[in-house]
Design a protein around this ligand. Structure first.
Ligand SMILES: [Zn+2]
Ligand SMILES: [Zn+2]
Length: 85
């Protein structure tokens, strides 16, 4: 689960969010533009309904930032969804 969480937050759409840590810590001076946090994207209120992986009949629980699909717990966490490979 830790590996899957790490993979998720490495998604390019979270670049400004990751950069913010450097800004907040005083290591860089340039304030990043507004950004969405992983919780805003991956667990937003629109993440419900059927899993969007082909052939799956389960309910979704997370939004994948890489492939923009809503995915069930079984395929995202247990089966370690990696659409970037
Ligand atoms: Zn994906
Ligand atoms: Zn599924």
């Amino acid at each position: 689960m830790i590996s899957q969480s790490y993979w998720s937050i490495c998604c390019p759409i979270f670049q400004e969010w990751r950069y913010y840590a450097w800004y907040a810590g005083g290591y860089v001076d340039h304030q990043p533009p507004e950004f969405d946090k992983p919780t805003d994207v991956c667990f937003n209120r629109r993440v419900y309904g059927p899993c969007e992986i082909s052939g799956c009949n389960r309910l979704s629980m997370v939004f994948c930032g890489y492939c923009s699909k809503k995915i069930c717990f079984q395929q995202f966490i247990v089966d370690c969804h990696r659409c970037t490979n």
